[in-house]
Design a protein around this ligand. Structure first.
Ligand SMILES: [Zn+2]
Length: 183
């Protein structure tokens, strides 16, 4: 059998079920429209957008691209597992703990799979009407993503060890400083 290769299709990074992320082309125009209309800080929109496009600077990706400073795909925070998209956002046990505490603060209980499926839009409605009901929770998730991103780089670049209590305090401080306002 002969396969016709499509030149414009990018190779898909390895993802494990049930954490398979959709390709950016899998998101509906309404989902993109809701994503762009969320009232969230610019820097977290950038982080989130990179996740949706499979362009996060994970260690797996940096090693693949032969970035000299990164010699191992192993996560620098837990030092146990290769850092792929899922691990960088929620799979790292220390980050998962932050997600649980932050969502509990908002009165929500979601499993890691449910969180991942929401932030990747996998299980969200594809039409604007149904999507709008999820906007408040997506905005809360944006706050958690902000803290994950900030604490991630504080740990990597400033050698500031990730502590669950410190990450959660940073999250609460972020909520207090910014509320649900854009910044
Ligand atoms: Zn880790």
């Amino acid at each position: 059998m002969e396969y016709k290769l499509q030149k414009n299709v990018r190779s898909r990074p390895e993802v494990k079920p049930p954490y398979a992320a959709p390709r950016y082309i899998a998101m509906s125009p309404d989902q993109w429209s809701v994503f762009w209309s969320l009232t969230i800080p610019h820097r977290v929109r950038n982080f989130w957008w990179r996740l949706l496009l499979h362009k996060l600077p994970t260690r797996l990706r940096l090693v693949k691209f032969k970035i000299p400073q990164v010699t191992t795909p192993t996560c620098a925070i837990c030092q146990e597992t290769p850092e792929d998209d899922h691990h960088m956002v929620i799979g790292c046990p220390l980050k998962e703990d932050l997600w649980h505490r932050a969502l509990a603060h908002a009165g929500k209980t979601l499993s890691p799979v449910e969180i991942w499926n929401m932030v990747t839009f996998t299980t969200l409605p594809r039409k604007k009407k149904g999507l709008e009901d999820h906007t408040p929770l997506l905005c809360i998730m944006a706050r958690v993503l902000t803290t994950v991103w900030q604490q991630h780089w504080a740990t990597i670049l400033d050698d500031d060890l990730w502590s669950s209590d410190k990450a959660y305090s940073k999250y609460l401080l972020h909520l207090w400083q910014h509320g649900m306002q854009d910044d």
